[in-house]
Ligand binder design. Sequence first.
Ligand code: HMH
Length: 207
Amino acid sequence: MSFTCTKLLLTHSQIWHSATIHPFLQQCHLGTIKSEQFNTWLVQDYFFVVEFTRMVGRVLASAPLHHFDVILGGLAALQDELSWFKQKAAQRQLNLDTKRQPKCQEYCEYMHSLGSKPYPVQATAFWAIELAYNQGWQLPGEMPVPYNEFANRWGNAGFTEYVKILEQQADEVLQVAAADIQQQAEEAFVKVAKFEQNFWQMAFNAG
Ligand code: HMH
């Protein structure tokens, strides 16, 4: 089997499971998540998305020209997402002028560090980060109000399609990458999975 995103998912299925199936999401589905837990996630994820947007800017800067359309589309969606987060925070009267929690900070620093990695590594991390939310928000099943709006943002058919194209773009460059770059991409995938799990746990602990 050649080196692909599918192979990474199969090789690291257990850690990926932990990244995408968490009591936080299960309790959103059940409607039992506490507002303090949900609001902590919301504020910290806003901070995350600010840094993720910067990361995607760096992915664009490293990408071959024929990948530009998809990445630019992603950046346009992030412009919308940042204002949507601010709107959601305002509706809940949440203060966005607070500190990043350590687990959020670590993840943000990691995304920054990816800027110095070869493009196949960045493309793999980019895909994994988006897939984590695409799967995570869908796996528990239908979400009640108000969580359905959040679940739909990352679980809708258009977003699923976008993540598939990110996978194709990553696969294209991974398959022809040198073995040491493939190795770095694999490490990035595992790191993203662990950061995702920690992020859910951070919000869950706020209860
Ligand atoms: C922690 N991972 C985290 N937040 C997000 N908004 C995404 C991924 C987007 O896919």
